[in-house]
Design a protein around this ligand. Structure first.
Ligand code: HEC
Ligand code: HEC
Length: 280
């Protein structure tokens, strides 16, 4: 009888111990959950998917490569103000930052983790980057065989049709520079506002006027009633929308593609060195 009782006691005790340590374990798991790791850390596929979502949801403010845009700060270079690890970034992206333009997000966790993977990937890439290009060769290509200067400025010289490329290597990794030069339209399609329009101020467009003439260019300004565009010859066209029969937003870049038969990878690296650094 006694032995049976003690057996029962032991059983009860051990049950208590087991369930107690069970609670402890659960608490530990909860604590870990609060500092949850990114389940997609260093997963190349997640980085790729995250890139698409980043460009869709975040690039309108933070720029296509996260290096800062009209309304959001640089997320790639240097220290972040609000963030020391992935979990902090999750908190910021999930809940936004009160009193600023940084919005909360309702995307599922998995999507946000993938976006975070993409941001971390860019941060890592920008840290380990050292360029091995030839500045003088880059200069010759920019003004000569690449005719980039027809449309782009560097340090005050060149065209105004495309964005100023001065210092671009400080915000764009070589890979992304190569990507936008080899296939400008691919990049173009990726970078859209949540309303389906391109971010960054170089949306290409075709205007059809009442006289049925067609003007192609990049939008420099647009509001509800009017639109201003710059054409390939750097001529400004300004219209009230009611003067136009049609506004066609194009999903093609007006920049020509440069395949490697035209400019080699080395030549693009030379270009990037020239664009990024003021002198030899
Ligand atoms: C409407 C514009 C806007 C959008 C869209 C936006 N952000 Fe932001 N974001 C901001 C602004 C502005 C700040 C800076 C807030 C401040 O002043 O601290 C910020 C801050 C951040 C920070 C903190 C930076 C730091 O230094 O700590 C991170 C991380 C961030 N955003 C990521 C994202 C991600 C990822 C997305 C897309 C899911 C996104 N943001 C979408 C405007 C935006
Ligand atoms: C016919 C005009 C034209 C020429 C020539 C041209 N570009 Fe562009 N480029 C543009 C326009 C317009 C944009 C902005 C819209 C876009 O991305 O398509 C652009 C965008 C870019 C971007 C992306 C900039 C950013 O901030 O993301 C890069 C990089 C670039 N061009 C590099 C070059 C290089 C390098 C050359 C020469 C080898 C070149 N471009 C020649 C018109 C041109």
């Amino acid at each position: 009888m006694i032995s049976r009782l003690s057996w029962l006691l032991t059983l009860l005790m051990s049950f208590f111990v087991v369930s107690y340590s069970g609670i402890e374990q659960a608490e530990e798991i909860l604590a870990k959950d609060e500092r949850q790791k990114n389940p997609f850390a260093n997963d190349p596929k997640a980085v790729e998917v995250g890139k698409g979502s980043f460009r869709y949801y975040c690039a309108g403010c933070h720029g296509m490569e996260g290096a800062g845009g009209f309304r959001g700060p640089d997320l790639i270079r240097g220290e972040l103000t609000h963030i020391s690890d992935d979990q902090d970034m999750m908190q910021v992206v999930r809940h936004g930052i009160q009193g600023t333009q940084m919005p909360a997000s309702t995307l599922p966790d998995d999507n946000l983790w993938r976006i975070i993977s993409f941001v971390n990937h860019l941060r890592a890439e920008s840290q380990q980057r050292t360029l091995g290009g030839d500045w003088d060769s880059g200069k010759r290509i920019f003004f000569g065989k690449g005719f980039c200067s027809d449309c782009h400025m560097v340090r005050g010289t060149g065209g105004r049709f495309g964005p100023d490329l001065t210092g671009i290597g400080k915000t764009r990794p070589l890979k992304s520079f190569v990507e936008s030069t080899r296939d400008p339209s691919a990049q173009f399609k990726n970078v859209v506002h949540a309303d389906g329009r391109m971010a960054g101020g170089f949306q290409s467009v075709q205007l059809v006027t009442e006289k049925d003439s067609k003007i192609i260019g990049v939008i420099r300004n647009e509001d509800t009633y009017s639109i201003q565009i710059l054409d390939r010859n750097e001529k400004f066209h300004s219209y009230y929308k009611k003067e136009l029969t049609k506004i066609i937003y194009l999903d093609e870049s007006l920049m020509p593609p440069y395949p490697d038969s035209v400019l080699s990878d080395q030549e693009l690296e030379d270009l990037l060195v020239f664009l990024t650094n003021p002198k030899n």
